[in-house]
Design a protein around this ligand. Structure first.
Ligand SMILES: *[C@@H]1O[C@H](CO)[C@@H](O)[C@H](O)[C@H]1NC(C)=O
Ligand SMILES: *[C@@H]1O[C@H](CO)[C@@H](O)[C@H](O)[C@H]1NC(C)=O
Ligand SMILES: *[C@@H]1O[C@H](CO)[C@@H](O)[C@H](O)[C@H]1NC(C)=O
Ligand SMILES: *[C@@H]1O[C@H](CO)[C@@H](O)[C@H](O)[C@H]1NC(C)=O
Ligand SMILES: *[C@@H]1O[C@H](CO)[C@@H](O)[C@H](O)[C@H]1NC(C)=O
Ligand SMILES: *[C@@H]1O[C@H](CO)[C@@H](O)[C@H](O)[C@H]1NC(C)=O
Length: 664
């Protein structure tokens, strides 16, 4: 019983075994590949899209892909097999490719000792031509190797244990449509279909581009007995190799079956895409030329526009100016503010340049003085002074906002004063005529501003050009001293020993040419200014009668005749109540214009005299230095004098000059 059971068991096992062994592989099909489908070695890999890459463009490399299970080739049965695969050989642009792809049958999956290059990853020097290799292959060869009797560098060959093909033909296919052979270029990068069919006696190979039916005619057809080559178990594989020349070797899909009739056809729509290197597009020469010329023209136009704009707004900027940053205006902003220095904004022409009204973006009205300068000498010091003046803060100073520098041009930006300058009201009968109390208030304001400049700031600031036309009036007719430092500016070019010998005739202290500017020369100018405010005329009037021409002398003469008030502004005659203070201002004017600098009061004292805090010192028209005109050469009153005038100015200076000596 037990024996019977044992027998049954053995029979069942035997049947199972037979059944199992008969479950051998008959074929496979891959429409694109997944990791794990195949056994890969060398540089072969499956790319993300399902593309099998046997090699890339690295040289001297090989790659194999095997179906994992071997196939039984039993001599007693049929040795037939059929395969269909799609491959592509993609070069880098401008580079020749190599070496090729082979479909093969091998008794082993270990081809690691095979060589790359012309050995196609199938043989080495030892195994090539060796009957014991047992390798059958169909090669798609892209390099012509003389040692293997290759026919060309684009052929298909049948190889048995050797790289010297049993049969080979240049790659081509029979086009059914056109009824003729059409050549195929392996290295075109196009996908190519390959069919290999063996029925046990004849081996057929056909090619066709992707998308074309299997041709009815063979490219190669060869009677061949593979019984000695094919072992009992054979592995099916694809191989590719690169050498000096290299390209990407891709497999898109692969189908295999022992029986030609049962071979499943590949589904072309499921095959992965082959990456194609971007073709380097070479535009026609004419197009390149045309584009180049157009580009150059465009560049010239743009460059011209840029240069024009840059020149229009060009400025001179130097490293040292960085520290004055906030006071530095861009020329562009000033140009825009003054509407391109339009005549509508023209305020007047002063001794140093033209003045324009402007409006900055935030409705801030500005006055821009624009004047030329030559040379850079002293510029740094001047700008430093301007910047330090920007920090000066006194209600009787015109607020200086900043500056801008261009080549040969300098621009000073200050707050716009709506009522213009005092001289308009004093000498040009501009309405309203200013009553004495207003004039006195202006004098007091300017005196206090000058006192501030001399003592209140961190360093002594000299104004150098005090006169009615430099006193600006705001909406309430408060006087504000403007244009400070201007005389200094015009001084550039003068030799260092004669600095400051600049100013306006009639306001210039006699020692100016010899000793230079000081607070005392400012006091002298302020004295002359007080006299012109009280008398309503300029210090020097060449067109008047001789005894009246020089204000200082004339006021002194009137005082000596005990008729000081005769010299006062005729427009003030109606204001008899103010006589005393007019007289005080006139005498203070004489005191300040004393020939001897040391005899002049300082600005602090002047302020106190004007405020009536201290009485005037005891002096008379005959006191030393009072009412005396010094030997200064004078130009017509409106001009500015400088001892470094250009020759042209000098000739004018000679004809108009009046020389007068010490005397009463
Ligand atoms: C291979 O052919 C056999 C018949 O010989 C068939 O049964 C089988 O499905 C085929 N396999 C593939 C993967 O084509
Ligand atoms: C080719 O593949 C190998 C290994 O995958 C890699 O090291 C090499 O850089 C690749 N060469 C190119 C040109 O991509
Ligand atoms: C292969 O052939 C041998 C004899 O040559 C035989 O013993 C064996 O059973 C065969 N195998 C198959 C699977 O047919
Ligand atoms: C060639 O390959 C065989 C087996 O793969 C190996 O034994 C032999 O050493 C190789 N010859 C050379 C020259 O690499
Ligand atoms: C086409 O190619 C085949 C195989 O190489 C050849 O036998 C045949 O003569 C060729 N036909 C023509 C028309 O060239
Ligand atoms: C192939 O060759 C073997 C011996 O080498 C022989 O037995 C067999 O009959 C041959 N097959 C054909 C189809 O000629």
């Amino acid at each position: 019983m037990a024996q019977a059971l044992d027998l049954i068991w053995v029979v069942i096992s035997f049947l199972l075994l037979i059944n199992l062994s008969s479950q051998q592989e008959t074929g496979f099909i891959f429409n694109g590949f997944r990791q794990g489908d195949l056994h890969l070695d060398g540089v072969a890999q499956i790319l993300p899209g399902g593309l099998l890459q046997l090699t890339n463009t690295s040289g001297q490399k090989m790659g194999h892909a095997f179906f994992r299970q071997p196939f039984e080739f039993n001599s007693s049965e049929s040795l037939s097999f059929s395969t269909h695969f799609v491959c592509a050989m993609v070069r880098q642009p401008g580079v020749t490719g190599g070496n090729g792809i082979a479909f093969f049958l091998s008794p082993s999956m270990d081809l690691s000792n095979a060589d790359a290059t012309q050995y196609l990853g199938l043989f080495n020097t030892t195994t090539n031509r060796s009957p014991s290799s047992n390798i059958f292959a169909v090669e798609l060869d892209t390099v012509e190797s003389a040692e293997f009797d290759d026919i060309d560098n684009n052929h298909v060959g049948i190889n048995v244990n050797s790289l010297t093909s049993v049969d080979s033909a240049p790659a081509s296919y029979f086009s059914e449509k056109e009824g003729l052979n059409k050549s195929i270029s392996f290295l075109s990068g196009d996908s190519i279909q390959v069919w290999v069919d063996y029925d046990g006696t004849v081996l057929n190979v056909r090619l066709a581009p992707l998308g074309i039916q299997k041709p009815s005619r063979n490219l190669l057809s060869r009677s061949i007995n593979l019984s000695q080559v094919l072992q009992d178990r054979m592995f099916v594989g694809l191989s590719a190799a690169t050498g000096q020349l290299a390209n990407n070797h891709y497999i898109l899909g692969w189908s295999f079956n022992r029986s030609k009739a049962s071979l499943q056809s590949l589904d072309i729509s499921k095959l992965p895409r082959v990456p194609r290197p971007k073709p380097s597009y070479k535009p026609p020469l004419m197009l390149i030329l045309l584009l180049t010329v157009l580009g150059i023209i465009l560049l010239v136009i743009l460059g011209g526009a840029y240069l024009y704009k840059r020149n229009k707004y060009a400025e001179v900027r130097e490293e040292w100016e960085k520290e004055y940053g906030p006071h530095r205006y861009s020329y562009k902003s000033i140009y825009k503010a003054t509407n391109g220095f339009h005549r509508d904004g023209f305020l007047g022409k002063g001794g140093f340049g033209e003045v324009y009204k402007g409006t900055l973006p935030r409705d801030q009205d500005i006055a821009v003085k624009r004047f030329s300068h030559d040379g850079e000498r002293g510029m740094k010091q001047f700008v430093a002074e301007i910047a330090s003046m920007g920090r000066l803060d006194h209600r009787n100073l015109v607020p200086l906002l900043g500056y801008c520098r261009r080549k040969g041009e300098f621009l000073l930006v200050s707050k716009y004063m709506p009522n213009g300058s005092l001289d308009q009201f004093l000498f040009h009968n501009r309405e309203p005529s200013l009553p004495w109390l207003k004039r006195l208030a202006i004098l007091k304001g300017i005196a206090s501003a000058l006192h501030y400049l001399h003592t209140g700031a961190t360093q002594v600031v000299l104004h150098r050009d005090i006169k009615a036309s430099n006193v600006m009036l705001d909406t309430e007719f408060h006087g504000k001293l403007g244009d400070f430092g201007m005389a200094r500016f015009h001084d550039h070019g003068a030799s260092p020993t004669t600095t400051g010998a600049v100013g306006t005739v009639g306001y210039m202290a006699p020692e100016l040419t010899s000793m230079g500017a000081s607070t005392k020369t400012d006091v002298y100018s302020f004295g002359a200014f007080m006299l012109e405010v009280a008398c309503g005329r300029r210090p020097v009037e060449p067109n008047m009668r001789a005894e009246k021409q020089f204000l200082v002398k004339w006021v002194c003469d009137c005082w000596r005749k005990k008729a000081t008030l005769d010299a006062r502004d005729p427009k003030l005659r109606g204001e008899s109540s103010s006589s005393r203070s007019v007289e005080l201002v006139m005498k203070l004017g004489l005191l300040c214009t004393n020939l001897v600098p040391e005899s002049r009061p300082d600005m602090e004292q002047v302020v106190q005299y004007l405020d009536g805090l201290i009485p005037l010192p005891d002096f008379s028209p005959d006191s030393p230095g009072i009412g005396i005109l010094s030997p200064v050469m004078v130009v017509a009153s409106s001009s500015v004098i400088s001892n470094t005038s250009a020759p042209a100015t000098e000739s004018m200076f000679m004809t108009h000059s009046i020389q007068y000596g010490v005397g009463r």
